[in-house]
Design a protein around this ligand. Structure first.
Ligand SMILES: O=C(O)[C@H](O)COP(=O)(O)O
Length: 207
């Protein structure tokens, strides 16, 4: 197994996940369940025998708090943590703050699914997944990947769609393939990379 370790984890349940609201760049806290999910992720990573050298997260609280809780649970709370907007959730634009069921009632199930899961159709005033790839991927290539290739063990705590953007590239998924790829809150995905930055193995710890 290669030493080139990259773990991606979506934040635990947020207050707005619980209320079923489009969140995007808004900044709600974790719920008590989200805190438990983050702690459980830390326990699972520790049980896998993993430890890290450096961590990345977005500039949103739910991801930063998830990372802190994971590291606390692993007894690794002194690691360097790099926060960057490039890892923020996809911007949901005018949908931010709206209830997802209300949006389905207003615009129809199919349109809302297209906004949530299509590759290149942005929600009104927001980012498509393609737009999210366009800002998250250069950051990954410049800041995260070189460290993984140098043998630093890297943990990234971010968001459903900013991580789907990276996963699309890592797993070489087509626009159709990424539509079906979901990430559970607090569920780590463990990658080992080859020296040419392709994926050697992937282990998804989703329940
Ligand atoms: O920003 C949000 O609302 C969620 O974190 C991700 O939502 P989605 O699953 O509707 O894309």
């Amino acid at each position: 197994m290669s030493d080139r370790l990259l773990v991606l984890v979506r934040h635990g349940q947020s207050e707005w996940n619980l209320k079923n609201l489009f969140t995007g760049w808004r900044d709600p806290d974790l719920t008590p369940r989200g805190v438990d999910e983050a702690r459980k992720a830390g326990k699972r990573l520790k049980a896998e025998g993993l430890s890290f050298d450096v961590c990345f997260t977005s500039d949103l609280k739910r991801a930063q708090d998830t990372l802190d809780l994971i590291l606390e649970e692993m007894g690794e709370d002194n690691l360097p943590v790099i926060c960057d907007q490039a890892l923020n959730e996809r911007d949901y634009g005018d949908l931010s703050g709206l209830n997802k069921d209300d949006a389905r009632a207003k615009w129809g199930e199919e349109q809302v699914h297209i906004w949530r899961r299509s590759y290149d159709v942005p929600p009104p005033g927001g980012e498509s997944l393609k737009d999210t790839v366009a800002r998250a991927l250069p950051y990954y290539v410049k800041e995260i990947l070189p460290r993984v290739l140098r043998g630093e063990r890297v943990l990234v705590a971010a968001h459903g769609n900013s991580l789907r953007a990276l996963i699309m590239v890592l797993e070489k998924l087509t626009p159709d393939g990424i539509m079906k790829r979901e990430l559970n809150t607090g569920a780590p995905v463990i990658y080992r990379l080859n020296a040419d930055s392709t994926v050697e193995s992937v282990l998804d710890l989703a329940d």
